[in-house]
Ligand binder design. Structure first.
Ligand code: EPU
Length: 425
């Protein structure tokens, strides 16, 4: 893979950017389409690599899937294949979200262990424990999660941690499990709320969306629906950080600002002036002076999202003063700091804390993206580095950010995609 980005530092980002549907929502909604026989339509889908990969996963289970612009149309058959072990499974994390729907519909599932970002160990114990409480046996066998149930039943489930993926899988199995299921310490992310809304439209009985306690009354069957993906709050926040770092003026549309309450508050503390748009569909970030140091602690929603941690490090690396960043979810996410140090950042880690002493300017260098957010974090850092920064392994960025380079250029950044491959034939 020889594609890389060239980022020339120095530009101040100015203008307007439109954010489309969230990666971490659309993939789960596509999995939810498995729960109802018939044709489900999902709109506001982002055009990112993970969407066609998820479509392949659904096709391997017997669905017909068409992707047309921002619309995914999924026709789910009466009889699903319960083995999800196609090659696409290993290429994205969200593929594991077919586990719950398959257990709900087929009472058995063989699901290849998922791929996705190398950001630390990502066990599935809570997913499996939840399914066990609902009456399934579940083991890991030959690289697959195997789950089988004679019949499912409602249960009281306490999660050790408000895991997004475990909440989604247990929820999607529970909607078809007779009786009452209560998921306590459930994840509260807006993407979970969006999934609950879609399930309710499909005829599921779910209460408590957006709180730590989800109560589900199992129903016999669900019906297909048409549903719109919520705007990507992580992509929206990316542009907010980019504006603050480059002392820019950026209006972000297509995201509910309330999904970013804490994030925008942190950027205000760094010196940004932030106003929400009158129609509630976005916000404007204006930063006039060098950002000030701010501490960040990652936590499940409504805490500061771990996916934004690289941007917090990029911002604090050029801020005035010293900041402490604490990562509570994915230990390997601090690998990003090694690349930031190549760019001249003054940062060091101790366990799950990082201390970042802001410098006035970073200095360009070749750097490597280790995951989606780290890749974008390096581009943001490159915007504040002297010279031209080469960011390699940008296929990670393509997995999560539609029109990334185009949007950067529209805002005035000097970012180019380069493919050095001499002969593509
Ligand atoms: N965990 C367990 N056992 C489990 C499940 C999770 O120990 O059975 C732990 C994880 O190791 C982690 C924590 O619980 O320490 C939280 O993990 P969670 O299950 O919430 O994460 P996920 O569902 O695997 C999703 C997003 C991630 C995002 C996290 C946290 C998708 C496809 N991925 O992952 O997004 O970082 O939630 O918000 O929805 C990204 O988009 O770049 C990304 C990595």
């Amino acid at each position: 893979m020889t594609e890389h980005f060239l980022v020339r530092g120095g530009a101040r980002l100015v203008g307007e950017v439109e954010v489309v549907g969230a990666k971490n929502s659309v993939l789960k909604l596509m999995a939810a389409a498995l729960l109802a026989e018939g044709t489900t339509t999902i709109t506001n889908c982002p055009q990112i690599l993970d969407v066609p990969l998820m479509a392949d996963v659904l096709r391997s289970l017997g669905c017909e899937v068409t992707l047309d612009g921002d619309t995914a149309t999924i026709t789910t058959p009466a009889e699903l294949n319960h083995r999800a072990d196609s090659p696409s499974m290993g290429k994205l994390r969200a593929s594991v979200c077919v586990l719950g729907p398959l257990v709900g519909r087929c009472k058995r599932a063989v699901v290849a262990l998922p791929g996705g970002d190398a950001i630390g160990s990502r066990p599935l114990d809570m997913h499996q424990n939840g399914l066990r409480q609902l009456g399934a046996h579940s083991e890991i066998e030959h690289g697959c999660v195997v789950a089988e149930a004679e019949g499912l039943h409602g249960a009281q489930i306490w999660l050790d941690f408000p895991s997004v993926g475990a909440t989604e899988n247990i929820l999607m199995a529970a909607v078809l499990a007779p009786g009452t299921t209560v998921i306590d310490n459930a994840a509260r992310e807006p993407e979970i709320v969006n999934l609950c809304t879609m399930l309710t439209e499909m005829g599921a009985r779910v209460e408590g969306a957006g709180t730590s306690t989800l109560t589900v009354e199992g129903v016999e069957r669900l019906r297909p629906t048409e549903h719109r993906v919520i705007g990507d709050r992580i992509v929206g926040a990316t542009w907010a950080f980019a504006a603050a770092m480059t002392m820019g003026d950026v209006t972000v549309r297509g995201v509910n600002p309330h999904h970013l309450d804490l994030v925008l508050e942190k950027l205000r503390a760094a010196g940004a002036e932030i106003t929400t748009l009158d129609d509630g569909d976005g916000f404007r970030v204006v930063q006039d002076e060098r950002p000030r140091a701010v501490d960040f602690v990652t936590l499940p929603y409504p805490g500061f999202a771990t996916d934004l941690q690289p941007f917090a490090i990029a911002l604090t690396s050029i801020a005035e003063g010293t900041s402490m960043i604490t990562e509570n979810l994915f230990e390997a996410r601090f690998r990003f700091i090694e690349e930031m140090v190549r760019l001249g950042a003054d940062a060091r880690t101790d366990g799950h804390h990082a201390v970042v002493r802001g410098v006035e300017r970073l200095s360009s260098a070749p750097v490597w993206a280790s995951d989606i957010r780290a890749g974008v974090g390096l581009v943001l850092a490159g915007l504040r580095a002297d010279g031209v920064t080469e960011v390699w392994d940008v296929f990670h960025i393509d997995r999560g950010y539609p029109m990334f380079v185009e949007n950067m250029q529209k805002l005035g950044a000097d970012v180019r995609r380069v493919d050095d491959e001499p002969d593509r034939a």
